[in-house]
Design a protein around this ligand. Structure first.
Ligand SMILES: [Zn+2]
Length: 215
Protein backbone atom coordinates (compact mmCIF):
# COMPACT_ATOMS: atom_id res chain seq x y z
CA UNK A 1 0.00 0.00 0.00
CA UNK A 2 2.50 2.61 -1.15
CA UNK A 3 1.24 6.11 -0.31
CA UNK A 4 1.36 8.61 -3.20
CA UNK A 5 3.31 11.65 -1.94
CA UNK A 6 1.93 15.02 -3.04
CA UNK A 7 4.31 17.35 -1.13
CA UNK A 8 7.41 16.63 -3.22
CA UNK A 9 6.10 18.10 -6.49
CA UNK A 10 4.03 20.75 -4.71
CA UNK A 11 5.07 21.60 -1.14
CA UNK A 12 2.54 24.51 -1.21
CA UNK A 13 -0.43 22.17 -1.50
CA UNK A 14 -2.15 22.66 1.86
CA UNK A 15 -5.40 20.82 1.05
CA UNK A 16 -6.30 17.69 -0.91
CA UNK A 17 -8.74 14.80 -1.05
CA UNK A 18 -7.72 11.19 -0.46
CA UNK A 19 -9.24 7.75 -0.18
CA UNK A 20 -9.06 5.88 3.13
CA UNK A 21 -7.32 2.53 2.59
CA UNK A 22 -7.22 1.31 6.18
CA UNK A 23 -8.10 2.40 9.73
CA UNK A 24 -6.65 0.82 12.87
CA UNK A 25 -7.74 2.52 16.11
CA UNK A 26 -6.44 6.09 15.66
CA UNK A 27 -4.12 5.19 12.75
CA UNK A 28 -5.09 5.95 9.16
CA UNK A 29 -3.63 4.85 5.82
CA UNK A 30 -4.55 6.88 2.69
CA UNK A 31 -3.97 6.41 -1.06
CA UNK A 32 -2.19 9.79 -1.17
CA UNK A 33 -1.03 12.45 1.28
CA UNK A 34 0.11 16.05 1.71
CA UNK A 35 1.37 15.31 5.25
CA UNK A 36 5.15 15.16 5.70
CA UNK A 37 6.34 12.35 7.98
CA UNK A 38 9.34 12.97 10.28
CA UNK A 39 12.46 12.41 8.21
CA UNK A 40 15.87 14.01 7.72
CA UNK A 41 15.37 15.94 10.96
CA UNK A 42 12.24 17.73 9.71
CA UNK A 43 9.22 17.45 12.02
CA UNK A 44 6.00 15.74 10.88
CA UNK A 45 3.08 17.87 9.74
CA UNK A 46 -0.07 18.30 11.78
CA UNK A 47 -3.54 19.25 10.53
CA UNK A 48 -6.96 17.77 9.89
CA UNK A 49 -8.51 14.81 8.06
CA UNK A 50 -12.15 15.86 7.79
CA UNK A 51 -12.96 16.88 11.39
CA UNK A 52 -10.26 14.69 12.93
CA UNK A 53 -6.99 16.17 14.20
CA UNK A 54 -3.73 14.65 12.93
CA UNK A 55 -1.15 14.84 15.72
CA UNK A 56 1.70 12.90 14.07
CA UNK A 57 2.67 11.17 10.83
CA UNK A 58 5.06 8.23 10.63
CA UNK A 59 6.71 6.65 7.63
CA UNK A 60 6.78 2.85 7.59
CA UNK A 61 8.61 1.78 4.46
CA UNK A 62 6.63 3.38 1.63
CA UNK A 63 3.51 3.81 3.72
CA UNK A 64 2.51 6.95 5.60
CA UNK A 65 0.63 6.34 8.86
CA UNK A 66 -1.48 9.31 10.01
CA UNK A 67 -1.91 9.31 13.79
CA UNK A 68 -5.12 10.99 14.96
CA UNK A 69 -5.91 12.33 18.40
CA UNK A 70 -8.90 10.00 18.54
CA UNK A 71 -10.44 7.20 16.48
CA UNK A 72 -11.80 8.73 13.25
CA UNK A 73 -15.34 9.60 12.17
CA UNK A 74 -14.72 7.99 8.74
CA UNK A 75 -13.96 4.45 7.61
CA UNK A 76 -12.17 2.44 4.97
CA UNK A 77 -13.29 3.36 1.44
CA UNK A 78 -14.39 6.90 2.34
CA UNK A 79 -13.11 9.96 0.49
CA UNK A 80 -11.75 12.44 3.05
CA UNK A 81 -10.43 16.00 2.98
CA UNK A 82 -6.89 16.70 4.16
CA UNK A 83 -5.83 20.09 5.48
CA UNK A 84 -2.41 21.03 6.85
CA UNK A 85 -1.70 23.44 9.70
CA UNK A 86 -0.27 25.65 6.99
CA UNK A 87 1.46 28.34 9.03
CA UNK A 88 3.34 25.64 10.92
CA UNK A 89 4.38 23.80 7.72
CA UNK A 90 5.36 27.06 6.00
CA UNK A 91 7.68 27.89 8.92
CA UNK A 92 9.19 24.41 8.60
CA UNK A 93 9.81 25.08 4.89
CA UNK A 94 11.37 28.48 5.64
CA UNK A 95 13.61 27.13 8.42
CA UNK A 96 14.63 24.04 6.47
CA UNK A 97 15.67 26.18 3.49
CA UNK A 98 17.53 28.54 5.84
CA UNK A 99 19.37 25.59 7.43
CA UNK A 100 20.87 24.59 4.05
CA UNK A 101 22.12 28.13 3.48
CA UNK A 102 23.55 28.53 7.01
CA UNK A 103 25.31 25.16 6.77
CA UNK A 104 26.95 26.00 3.44
CA UNK A 105 28.11 29.48 4.38
CA UNK A 106 29.28 28.32 7.83
CA UNK A 107 31.27 25.43 6.32
CA UNK A 108 32.80 27.62 3.60
CA UNK A 109 33.73 30.41 6.00
CA UNK A 110 35.07 28.38 8.92
CA UNK A 111 36.17 25.09 7.37
CA UNK A 112 34.00 23.34 9.98
CA UNK A 113 32.16 20.75 7.94
CA UNK A 114 31.53 17.86 10.31
CA UNK A 115 27.77 18.07 10.75
CA UNK A 116 26.75 15.49 13.37
CA UNK A 117 23.06 16.28 13.64
CA UNK A 118 20.26 18.56 12.52
CA UNK A 119 16.64 19.19 13.36
CA UNK A 120 13.90 21.38 11.93
CA UNK A 121 10.98 22.32 14.17
CA UNK A 122 8.35 25.01 13.47
CA UNK A 123 10.08 27.35 15.97
CA UNK A 124 13.75 26.84 15.12
CA UNK A 125 16.28 24.83 13.17
CA UNK A 126 19.49 23.52 14.63
CA UNK A 127 22.78 22.33 13.17
CA UNK A 128 25.24 20.39 15.34
CA UNK A 129 28.95 20.22 14.56
CA UNK A 130 31.88 18.26 15.96
CA UNK A 131 34.25 21.08 16.89
CA UNK A 132 36.48 21.67 19.93
CA UNK A 133 36.21 25.45 20.25
CA UNK A 134 33.49 28.02 20.83
CA UNK A 135 32.01 29.10 17.49
CA UNK A 136 30.47 32.31 18.85
CA UNK A 137 32.96 34.63 17.20
CA UNK A 138 32.01 33.34 13.73
CA UNK A 139 28.28 33.85 14.04
CA UNK A 140 27.75 37.62 13.49
CA UNK A 141 29.55 37.45 10.14
CA UNK A 142 27.78 34.23 9.10
CA UNK A 143 24.39 35.71 10.06
CA UNK A 144 25.12 38.83 8.01
CA UNK A 145 26.17 36.84 4.95
CA UNK A 146 23.18 34.50 5.17
CA UNK A 147 20.78 37.46 5.39
CA UNK A 148 22.49 39.19 2.46
CA UNK A 149 22.08 36.06 0.36
CA UNK A 150 18.42 35.67 1.40
CA UNK A 151 17.78 39.28 0.34
CA UNK A 152 19.02 38.51 -3.17
CA UNK A 153 15.77 36.60 -3.84
CA UNK A 154 17.36 33.48 -5.29
CA UNK A 155 15.25 30.58 -6.59
CA UNK A 156 15.36 27.28 -4.71
CA UNK A 157 14.81 24.06 -6.63
CA UNK A 158 14.10 20.52 -5.45
CA UNK A 159 14.12 17.61 -7.86
CA UNK A 160 14.69 13.84 -8.10
CA UNK A 161 18.08 12.40 -8.97
CA UNK A 162 18.39 11.42 -12.66
CA UNK A 163 19.73 7.94 -11.92
CA UNK A 164 17.89 7.24 -8.67
CA UNK A 165 14.39 8.76 -8.49
CA UNK A 166 14.15 7.79 -4.79
CA UNK A 167 16.91 10.28 -4.05
CA UNK A 168 16.16 14.01 -4.16
CA UNK A 169 18.23 17.16 -4.37
CA UNK A 170 17.97 20.68 -3.01
CA UNK A 171 19.68 23.36 -5.09
CA UNK A 172 20.07 27.12 -5.00
CA UNK A 173 19.49 28.48 -8.51
CA UNK A 174 21.72 26.42 -10.85
CA UNK A 175 24.84 26.74 -8.72
CA UNK A 176 26.58 23.35 -8.75
CA UNK A 177 28.31 23.97 -5.40
CA UNK A 178 24.90 24.73 -3.85
CA UNK A 179 23.44 21.29 -4.54
CA UNK A 180 22.74 19.08 -1.50
CA UNK A 181 20.85 15.80 -1.07
CA UNK A 182 17.50 16.37 0.68
CA UNK A 183 13.94 15.02 0.62
CA UNK A 184 12.37 17.74 2.79
CA UNK A 185 9.92 20.51 1.94
CA UNK A 186 11.26 23.93 0.97
CA UNK A 187 10.23 27.41 -0.13
CA UNK A 188 10.64 28.35 -3.81
CA UNK A 189 12.67 31.49 -3.29
CA UNK A 190 14.97 32.79 -0.53
CA UNK A 191 12.79 35.92 -0.17
CA UNK A 192 10.14 33.77 1.54
CA UNK A 193 12.55 32.94 4.37
CA UNK A 194 12.98 36.54 5.48
CA UNK A 195 15.74 37.63 7.86
CA UNK A 196 17.10 34.97 10.22
CA UNK A 197 18.97 35.04 13.53
CA UNK A 198 21.74 32.73 14.70
CA UNK A 199 22.58 31.69 18.24
CA UNK A 200 25.24 29.35 19.60
CA UNK A 201 24.57 26.63 22.12
CA UNK A 202 27.11 24.39 23.77
CA UNK A 203 25.81 20.84 23.85
CA UNK A 204 28.78 19.05 25.39
CA UNK A 205 32.48 18.48 24.91
CA UNK A 206 33.61 19.17 21.33
CA UNK A 207 30.04 19.70 20.20
CA UNK A 208 28.75 23.05 18.99
CA UNK A 209 25.19 23.90 18.01
CA UNK A 210 23.86 26.69 15.81
CA UNK A 211 20.21 27.60 16.38
CA UNK A 212 18.39 29.38 13.57
CA UNK A 213 15.23 31.39 14.21
CA UNK A 214 13.02 33.46 11.92
CA UNK A 215 12.36 37.13 12.45
ZN1 LIG B 1 16.41 20.20 2.81
Amino acid sequence: METKILFLDDPYKSEADAKVLKVEDNKVWLDQTIFYAFSGGQASDTGMIDKNRVKDVQKQGKEFVHILEESPSFEQGDIVHLKLDWERRFNLMRLHSAAHIVHKIFADKTGIKKLIGSNISPEKARLDYAYEKNINSFLPEIEKEVNELIEKQIDIKTFPDEDNPEKRWWQLNSYEDWKMPCGGTHVRNTKEIGAIKLKRKNIGAAKERIEITLN
